[in-house]
Unconditional design. Structure first.
Length: 548
């Protein structure tokens, strides 16, 4: 891939998100590049061995993946033939990163990865791992001080008692290189003592009340022995606003109601976390989901992702539709959508943004494009009968490349073999989408979506699937997709009861982290990756390539 100037939501110093500033030269390209330039290879004497993995050793290849003992790159299997994950073991002997919804931040020579822990006992904290090469991983630390965890029921972070911690994002700001932020989703047990204590409720009830937060840490404390939110008594901070964007005044978490009551921007809504819940009017049905009266779209639910585009902050998030006027089912589930809205800073929404022009749907809950065989719409496949008919778009992320804005998101229920990663792109920046009429209608049912990562098992009951992808600049000056892969199950249920549907060691849903380098076609579209040898090495997500 030609060297280009990139701005990523997933980069830290160059832009806003996951990777740090431009990677060092020995991480961007093969070491000690000298006279042998055919196939981008190096003199054999200067090449280190490829990293050792578990069952299948990595092999030297050319940059295009063709085998060559003198190749300057290594072909790394994400998974072995016996379906064991193939990363080098950490200190506990684990050979895989067992988590979902992964996020990555590069600091110095290390890639730091965390995500939703896939083992039930650790869903109360985020494990952070690190690696220099995406192959040899070691446990680094917990995001929060794990001594504050109350067995397997909750964790206390400053004034909040939290459970069901999901979908984090690690990022840095160009203006604050010595600070690291993390957004995440959780259920706040202490939001309103008059309401049922949610962390002790059955999981479907508790998860109907999840909302999103931001925490931070100084860079030196992150690299040392510190934890997120330490010394920051206001954190975890829900996303809120101040009337007229006046700094230092009261913050509100009511979707813009207090501002409208002041006669400012009348009729507009401001997306916010609902913590604390302003009133019972914000809860749809008995045990229902959080929803602003008449405007569910501005109740920030899960999967918060902050994007800095041309100096402007944006929050991408998932919201839940409870169809006003219709009694909610399964604790308020009627499908999920993805939206974006401008911000003032990592904690604060822009209260003066015009909703009609600066709030837009990235994806409605279902779409006519790329439906799985036998499905009328993409997004309506799932095992829980109470969820699948209503459609799912979730887990957004964003990045820019050569003047194009790309937004990725997952479709279909995470437990469905049809779960996959799709994307949209525009010829403008996110801030300029509103002058582009087709993009301004992204949320329409028939708006174009393109596949990025899908499983060949999407029509096979209990089959393998993928989801929640983010893109970053990785080894070899190449774009990589990091995502979770759910292992195929020997048997599965079509239960709508919310009972566990999986039988993996330690519980969980068998989701682990995969990496895959990406390529673009001549039209600027991302090439599709899948779990198929027919795709070739470049299209097979079971393998990836790094420099030696």
């Amino acid at each position: 891939m030609k060297s280009v100037i990139l701005q990523f939501v997933l980069s830290g110093i160059v832009s806003f998100g996951l990777s740090s500033c431009a990677p060092e030269m020995d991480e961007l390209s093969p070491r000690n590049l000298s006279t042998n330039t055919s196939n981008n290879n190096l003199p054999t004497a200067t090449l280190p061995e490829c990293p050792r993995t578990s069952e299948l050793g990595s092999i030297p290849v050319n940059r295009d993946g063709t085998s060559n003992s003198q190749g300057s790159y290594c072909l790394i299997p994400n998974v072995t033939e016996s379906n064991k994950f193939n990363f080098s073991p950490d200190s506990s002997g684990s050979r895989y990163l067992r988590m979902a919804d992964p996020t990555l931040l590069k600091i110095g020579q290390y890639y730091y990865v965390t995500g939703t822990n896939d083992e039930a006992e650790w869903v109360l904290n985020f494990r952070i791992y690190r690696s220099r090469n995406l192959v040899d991983w070691e446990f680094f630390k917990f995001a929060f001080d794990d001594s504050l965890r109350n067995n397997f029921s909750s964790i206390v972070v400053n004034s909040k008692t939290l459970c069901h911690l999901w979908s984090p994002q690690l990022y840095q700001l160009p203006s604050e290189p010595n600070k690291i932020y993390m957004t995440f989703t959780a259920v706040n047990n202490s939001a309103d003592p008059s309401l049922p204590q949610l962390c002790s409720q059955p999981t479907p009830v508790a998860l109907s009340r999840n909302t999103s937060y931001t925490v931070s840490i100084q860079r030196e404390n992150f690299l040392g022995s510190g934890y997120f939110a330490e010394g920051q008594s206001q954190e975890p901070m829900p996303f809120g606003y101040t009337v007229s964007n006046v700094a230092g005044t009261n913050r509100y978490y009511d979707g813009g109601i207090s501002q409208r009551a002041s006669g400012i921007n009348a009729g507009a809504s401001v997306p916010t976390s609902l913590d604390p819940v302003p009133s019972a009017a914000f809860i749809r049905g008995s045990g229902g989901r959080l929803c602003l009266p008449g405007d569910c779209a501005t109740a920030i639910g899960i999967d918060p992702f902050v994007f800095l585009d041309q100096g402007k902050h944006w929050l991408l998030y998932t919201w839940f539709d409870t169809e006003p006027g219709v009694a909610p089912v399964s604790n308020g589930w009627f499908g999920s959508h993805v939206a974006a809205y401008p911000m003032l800073d990592p904690y604060t929404m822009d209260a003066l943004a015009e909703k009609t022009t600066q709030f837009f749907q990235v994806g409605f809950k279902s779409n006519i494009n790329n439906a799985a065989p036998g499905e009328a719409y993409n997004g309506t496949s799932g095992r829980r009968a109470s969820q699948s008919p209503y459609g799912i778009a979730s887990g957004p992320s964003a990045f820019t490349f050569q003047g194009q804005t790309y937004i990725t998101f997952s479709r279909n229920s995470f437990d469905s073999p049809a779960s996959g990663i799709f994307y949209r792109r525009s010829g403008n920046s996110l801030a300029g989408l509103y002058s582009d009429a087709p993009i301004n209608h992204w949320g329409e049912l028939n708006s174009l979506e393109l596949p990025l990562a899908i499983s060949q098992d999407r029509t096979i009951p209990c089959g393998e699937s993928v989801g929640q992808g983010q893109i970053f600049m990785g080894p070899g000056e190449r774009l990589f997709l990091m995502f979770h892969r759910k292992e195929a199950e020997a048997s599965c249920s079509n239960s709508s009861s919310g009972a566990p549907l999986y039988n993996f060691p330690g519980g969980g849903s068998g989701r682990t982290v995969f990496f895959k380098e990406l390529d673009f076609d001549i039209f600027g579209n991302l090439q599709v990756i899948s779990n198929s040898a027919d795709q070739g090495i470049k299209g097979d997500y079971r393998k990836f390539i790094i420099p030696r």
